[in-house]
Design a protein around this ligand. Sequence first.
Ligand code: SAM
Length: 217
Amino acid sequence: MRGAAISWPEIEQERSRLLHDQNDVPPLDLGAGSQSKARTVAEIAQNALKRPRHARALAGLARHMDAVGVLELGTCLGITTAYLGKHAASVTTIEGNPALAKHSEDVWQRLNVQNVTSIVGNFDDVLPSLPPQQYDLVFIDGNHRGSALLQYVNELAPYLTEKGVIVCDDIHWSRDMESAWDELIQENRWSLRVDFYEWGLLTANPSLAREFHCIRF
Ligand SMILES: C[S@@+](CC[C@H](N)C(=O)[O-])C[C@H]1O[C@@H](n2cnc3c(N)ncnc32)[C@H](O)[C@@H]1O
């Protein structure tokens, strides 16, 4: 089963609407890269969301994998979630800032995206009690601290399907994130590891050779 049939232009129209929304979003300090002072929806839409081609690439990966379950850490305004919802049977997404989670619900409603489960809470609190589900694709896009990245990958690895992948965003965002990524790619549990610069991909898929690649797109 696929997500609701929304076309990419509709999602981009929704992004455009957010880019003109001058309402304030109350801040909440949730980790490196999150907002510490009030910003407008428009500023957040401009600075925090995956660009269209990256959101489409991620959605293409979900489609290629025929993903049944996708997990996103960092919903923000729900734009990348909508792309994922278009190409996977179901998406679970976690956001710590309730005001952003509310905006994202509005976005999905306007786009008629009905296959998303939204969880509001800090990743640190939510992950230890995640329902026992398996995910084909996990997208970590929030709290850009190296120690947090290592912790989340460690906690989420058992939730991956055999061929499942974890995509870690912003691995070159800071020296701290680069160190964490360097540590992850040394781990024996991963077979294929790919540095796409924008993000890093890890999989323990046993049918793939243990290889490391750098690909720029
Ligand atoms: C870069 S944005 C996500 C963008 C979104 N994936 C997209 O491309 O449309 C990161 C989000 O993660 C949330 N976040 C950061 N640290 C968090 C934490 N520890 N727990 C919950 N949410 C967190 C922030 O509030 C922010 O909305």
